[in-house]
Design a protein. Structure first.
Length: 132
């Protein structure tokens, strides 16, 4: 009986390892991929999970603007974005806790974007304030 409770507690703890069931990124590349994939899929909750929450709320405002623009897109375009693959152009270490990640996607492969990934309190998060 005790083993059953221990097993249930372990499963519950693992299931609650993050606020929305998302797992923290182990490195900058994973944070970038998860954030970009969430954006391509229109998943604001997941994108927010991988985003740096700054005191000025600039990142939240930028993400909300992106979401408003995404919602205005025709359904065919949303489907194309969900089916798009991420194309990594460069991933450059600025220092040991900052990475600039330049990418495109197979839907809009002529457009490139650079986002900054920060390591803060042992967590890798996307900072949109440095968007290029």
């Amino acid at each position: 009986m005790k083993k059953g409770w221990v097993y249930l507690l372990l499963v519950a703890a693992l299931a609650c390892n993050s606020e929305a069931g998302y797992k923290k990124a182990e490195d900058a590349q994973e944070a970038a991929r998860e954030f970009i994939r969430a954006c391509l899929d229109g998943n604001t909750d997941k994108a927010t999970f991988y985003m740096f929450k700054d005191s000025a709320d600039a990142n939240t405002m930028l993400l909300n603007k992106w979401k408003t623009d995404y919602d205005k897109r025709p359904n065919e375009e949303k489907v194309a974005l969900k089916n798009a693959n991420i194309i990594v152009i460069t991933s450059a270490n600025v220092n040991d806790s900052t990475v600039d990640y330049t990418f495109s996607n197979t839907f809009r492969n002529t457009d490139t974007t650079t986002i900054r990934i920060l390591r803060l309190n042992k967590e890798w998060l996307v900072d949109l304030e440095h968007l290029h």
